[in-house]
Design a protein around this ligand. Structure first.
Ligand code: ZN
Length: 273
C-alpha cells in the first residue's frame, strides 16, 4: 500500500460551516500523513488570471440541461460563460440550480494539475458548492452526487444536502402543501418539522460529516476501492439522509473493523517510515 505523503484540501469558501482546518487536523491524526494542507479555490491556485476566462468557457460546456439526456457538451451562451468566469474568480457564489457533469468537471480540474502533482501518494480534495451529477447508464438519467472519487476528488457541499434523499414523509408533506410549499416561510416550517433528520445548507454538522468524505478520497487513492458496504462505516455510500447521518455521526467506532485497521496501517506505516 502506497503511503500518503501529502493531502491538499481545496476550499472555495462557499460553505460557511465547513472548517477545512479541522478536517486537515483530523486527517493528520487518523492517517499519520505529515502534510495535510488547506488551500484556496482550486482554479485560482492552478490557473493564472489570464487562463481563467478560457477555463470558464470549458466549465460552461459542462452544464447539464436535461437530466434524462446522456452527457453532451452544449455550446454555452455568452451570459453563461460570463457567469462561469465570475464564479471562478470567486466574485459570484453560484446558484444551487445549475447542475454540472461531475466527471467532465473532474477532467477539467485534473488537466490543471501540474504533472508533478499527479502522484499516487498525493491526494487532492476539492470542496465546492457546485451541484454535480453523473450519468447512470442503467436508468438513463443523471443522479446528483455528494462526492466524485479520483484525481482530484470532488466533494459537493450542495450534494451532501441534496443528493441523499430526505425522509419520504418530507416529500409527502411538501407534495400535500402544493404551491404553498414554494414560499420561504413554508420551506422554513417544513425544515423545522423535520429538523435533525437531514443535513441542511450551512448545517453546523457539515465539518463532522465531511471528515468521512475526505477519508473516502484518501482510501480510494491508496486502495482503489470505492465505498464500504457497512452502513456504520464512514466510507458507506449513503443514498438516504438517514444513512448519511448514521454513517458520519453514529460512531465511535467511526469505521468498520476492516477500515479501522486500514487507517491504522496507514498511520503505522508513516510512523515506521
Ligand atoms: Zn468500512
Amino acid at each position: 500500500m502506497e503511503a500518503i505523503d501529502e493531502v491538499h484540501l481545496h476550499d472555495e469558501g462557499t460553505a460557511s460551516t465547513l472548517d477545512t482546518g479541522t478536517l486537515a487536523e483530523y486527517l493528520r491524526v487518523r492517517t499519520g500523513c505529515p502534510s495535510v494542507v488547506t488551500r484556496g479555490p482550486f482554479a485560482i491556485e492552478h490557473c493564472s488570471a489570464e487562463q481563467l476566462p478560457a477555463l470558464g468557457e470549458r466549465i460552461a460546456h459542462l452544464k447539464v440541461r436535461d437530466l434524462d439526456a446522456p452527457p453532451t457538451e452544449h455550446e454555452p451562451a455568452y451570459a453563461e460563460m460570463e457567469f462561469e468566469r465570475r464564479r471562478l474568480a470567486n466574485k459570484d457564489r453560484g446558484a444551487f440550480g445549475v447542475l454540472y457533469d461531475g466527471f467532465g468537471f473532474q477532467r477539467v480540474l485534473r488537466s490543471l494539475l501540474p504533472a508533478a502533482d499527479v502522484r499516487l501518494n498525493r491526494v487532492h480534495v476539492v470542496f465546492t458548492n457546485r451541484t454535480i451529477g453523473t450519468w447512470d447508464e442503467n436508468d438513463r438519467r443523471y443522479h446528483l452526487r455528494a462526492i466524485i472519487l479520483g484525481m482530484p476528488a470532488i466533494v459537493s457541499t450542495t450534494g451532501l444536502v441534496e443528493a441523499p434523499a430526505k425522509p419520504r414523509d418530507f416529500y409527502l408533506a411538501r407534495q400535500q402543501l402544493g404551491m404553498a410549499a414554494r414560499s420561504e416561510l413554508t420551506q422554513a416550517l417544513l425544515k423545522e418539522r423535520f429538523k435533525g433528520q437531514f443535513l441542511d445548507h450551512d448545517d453546523e454538522r457539515l465539518t463532522e460529516v465531511a471528515k468521512g468524505y475526505a477519508m473516502q478520497a484518501v482510501v480510494f487513492q491508496v486502495t482503489g476501492e470505492a465505498f464500504c458496504e457497512d452502513p456504520d462505516c464512514r466510507l458507506f455510500n449513503a443514498h438516504w439522509q438517514a444513512e448519511l447521518l448514521r454513517a458520519q455521526l453514529g460512531g465511535p467506532p467511526e469505521y468498520c473493523a476492516r477500515h479501522e485497521e486500514l487507517v491504522a496501517t496507514m498511520r503505522h506505516q508513516r510512523r515506521g517510515a
